[in-house]
Design a protein around this ligand. Sequence first.
Ligand code: URA
Length: 233
Amino acid sequence: APYLPGDPAARADLEALRRAAGGCRGCPLYENATQTVFGSGSPRARAVLVGEQPGDQEDRRGAPFVGPAGRVLDEALEEAGIERGDVYVTNAVKHFKFRRPEGGGKRRIHETPNMREMHACRPWLLAELRTVDPDVVVALGATAGKALLGSSFRVTKQRGALLPLPALDLIGTPEAAEAAGDAAEAAAPEAAAGEGVRLLATIHPSAVLRADDREAMFAGLVEDLKIAAIALG
Ligand code: URA
């Protein structure tokens, strides 16, 4: 079952959204992907984690973060003390974007979604946020950061800081970054607990897999997630 026990109305809403998103043709990515990969997790999760887009395995299996990046994420969450039951996991873009190798071949090579595709997919993400209504939103990597805070978002500059989540009607727009402000509360995360919805950005778990120094990258991811854990109280 894709959902853990929780609020039945929220679960029904998410199921309806999932069904609707299954037929989404809001951008051309549905043409080559196997299926829409909608979010999964507790319908009343206190944390919503936003990735980039499904990868190869997610595309085949129809669930987010079930491949190699998902294993890194699961480990990092555990080390940060965030329980899976407290989490709803989704992606900024819900179809796998890929290309084939030059000259042919079966391999599907990941391609980063562009702003147009992120924009087309935004209603699904907003509906998930509205339904789950979390206390903390975690942007995993640059694409998720841009989807939430607009194209000026830079993960290297903004990771690890607890920001106020912009109003849903500003999310992904150029005004979002401004609304989140440079009110970086990373220095005193305790102070930020319980004051409206928080946004925290960190690296994408697959950056750990690509890094020369995996251990350091993983430790950094855990460190950031621990700040989200503090905000969860
Ligand atoms: N990477 C993502 O961003 N999302 C997934 O679901 C899997 C890998």
